[in-house]
Design a protein around this ligand. Structure first.
Ligand code: HEM
Length: 535
């Protein structure tokens, strides 16, 4: 290159030499960063044409699209394709659309796609990497088998009274606001997030985080920060999910430093106090202490506790995972972040839709009141999980607003699907758009309409399998599903038993979804008017 530049310089002067050098460099870079752009064409996979240097991910990295919106755009780009090829910068990646292939990847051929693509750096970010959501391979299997007993229906029932206590405080919070101003408008998303933060900190960390009573409660502050997508935080989370190979170069961490320090301190203080006092509270801390001391949890298995079906772990792995130190805190930390925002969003989206359709709200309230009459006004676990219309409303909410709107996996070995003819190379990042599937009119006609009847017995019979996956599927599915449903449903029951919710002049119709971030959130919260009912 030096000889060539010198020759040019002699021929045309320094300016021409520099210009030609620049052209050559640019051409070199262009050829380098586009060298994989024939990849999906060669494999016969339909694809969205990439742009040089950025592939297809410019809208994501410029924060013009949330991850859910980006994956849905890809889903809709090629209506008839079974899968859509795209590029993360210059790396080929695949979005799976065909429900039968989704099933193979998540369930049938789990062994070939058993890890998430998402990753972090175990040294810089131990809480972010060693938790159940992110950890890989045999370590994940060992961890999943050992923490699954924390979420059995028996354990949920024992924690139910803690959830009810927080919900009663939430109603008290609304009462106070209502006393100051009749038909008050409150941001329901903030109210429910305070409530579910208290639920999670009570059930997971064993403490009262006081978010409803104290506007500066630390748990709420850290929780809020985790889901607040400033420009830099917005970019950071995209890197975890789409370019995890960059994490260690930029020393990124899923849990910001101050949040990690806070969570560690709260966790160990609670463990110490609980061990010293030798008390039990039937919460996750009791169970994590059992894991710490025995390496496993003794538990009863019920028919509906099938979380670990189909996975077995190499027990030798226990030497690498001994449920101590950060490995233990990491589980509590992921339960905290995965737990409060998801349940709060579900609650607030459901109540928003019911505010817009008062007939549906009245039908649900009638069901709640009928059930409460049967139990002397008491709200019980069995009642909450037995209410059919409540289940239909929550299911439809999670269809229209899947809180985690996409799933990710990575191919662990070369894979060929005979039905579609698609070959997937080891290492290929795989994405599934829940928002795309849930709003595809082929599977869910008139998808913008909120209609709980889709989940009546008759409606469910029409469902195409693997087109409705709000909690994911297969061995990697949401471990906290029962907890999340318990928390969201119990909260809705408490609010609707006492209040009617209505749109106010501040309520956006339709809601404006946030263009940044991992989970489905709105811009400006979910403001609704509260109207107190006579008992
Ligand atoms: C309405 C509430 C919730 C929704 C909609 C939800 C949704 C999801 C989804 C879609 C996944 C990915 C599943 C997959 O990849 O197949 C997931 C994973 C997970 N969720 Fe939830 N979630 C909720 C509540 C919770 C709660 C309350 C907790 C904990 C207390 C929790 C903990 C987790 C964990 C640890 C994983 C990773 C599981 C694994 O990979 O083994 N989630 N969740």
């Amino acid at each position: 290159m030096g000889w060539w530049a010198a020759t040019l310089e002699r021929a045309g002067g320094p300016a021409l030499g520099a210009a030609l050098l620049l052209v050559a460099l640019s051409l070199g870079l262009y050829l380098h960063f586009t060298r994989h752009f024939a990849y999906w064409r060669r494999r016969g996979v339909p694809f969205v044409p990439p742009a040089p240097f950025v592939g297809n991910v410019a809208p994501l990295f410029l924060l013009r699209r949330s991850i859910g919106g980006f994956a849905r755009d890809l889903y809709r780009a090629l209506p008839e394709a079974p899968a859509v090829g795209f590029w993360i910068f210059d790396k080929p990646a695949l979005l799976i659309k065909k429900p039968e292939l989704v099933k193979k990847i998540l369930v049938k051929d789990f062994g070939d796609f058993g890890d998430r693509y998402t990753d972090s750096d175990v040294h810089a970010d131990p809480l972010g990497q060693r938790n159940l959501f992110v950890i890989k391979g045999e370590l994940w299997k060992y961890l999943r088998i050992n923490v699954s007993p924390l979420f059995t229906s028996g354990k949920m029932k024992k924690m139910f009274h803690l959830v009810v206590k927080c919900d009663e405080q939430m109603v008290e919070y609304i009462n106070k606001a209502y006393e100051k101003e009749k038909n008050v408008t409150l941001d329901l998303k903030e109210v429910t997030a305070k409530c579910t933060t208290d639920v999670i900190s009570s059930c997971v960390f064993g403490i009262n985080s006081n978010s409803l009573a104290d506007p500066k409660a630390e748990f709420r502050e850290f929780g809020k920060k985790t889901f607040e997508y400033t420009f830099s935080r917005g970019l950071e989370v995209i890197v975890f999910f789409f370019a995890p190979f960059l994490v260690k170069y930029f020393k990124l961490s899923f849990f910001q430093k101050d949040a990690a320090t806070f969570l560690r301190k709260v966790f160990w203080d609670t463990i110490k106090a609980r061990e010293e006092s030798k008390t039990k509270r039937n919460d996750l801390i009791d169970l994590l202490i059992e894991l710490k001391n025995k390496g496993q949890i003794d538990h009863e298995v019920n028919d509906d506790d099938k979380d670990t079906d189909g996975i077995t772990a190499d027990q030798k792995i226990s030497k690498q995972f001994d449920f101590s130190g950060d490995d233990l805190v990491a589980q509590a930390a992921i339960f905290f972040v995965a737990g409060f925002e998801t349940s709060a969003s579900t609650m607030s989206f459901a109540l928003y839709e019911l505010a817009l359709q008062p007939d549906l709200q009245t039908r649900l309230r009638n069901e709640i009141r009928d059930e409460m009459k049967k139990s002397d006004g008491k709200i019980t676990y069995e009642m909450v999980f037995g209410m059919k219309y409540l289940d239909m409303v929550v299911s439809e909410t999670l269809r229209k607003y899947p809180t985690l709107p996409f799933l990710d996996r990575v191919a662990l070995r070369d894979y060929h699907d005979d039905d579609t003819g698609i070959s997937i190379e080891k290492g290929t990042p795989i994405f599934i758009s829940l928002l795309g599937l849930h709003t595809d009119p082929k599977y869910h006609p008139n998808p913008d309409r909120f209609d709980p009847e889709r989940f009546s017995d008759e409606g469910k019979r029409k469902h195409v399998p693997f087109t409705y996956l709000p909690f994911g599927e297969g061995p990697h599915n949401c471990i906290g599903m029962r907890f999340g449903l318990m928390s969201a449903k119990t909260g809705i029951v408490h609010i609707l038993a006492k209040y009617e919710v209505q749109p106010s002049e501040r309520t956006p119709i339709p809601l404006v979804l946030n263009k940044r971030g991992v989970v489905t959130t709105t811009i400006g919260g979910v403001p609704l008017k509260f109207n107190k009912l006579n008992d």
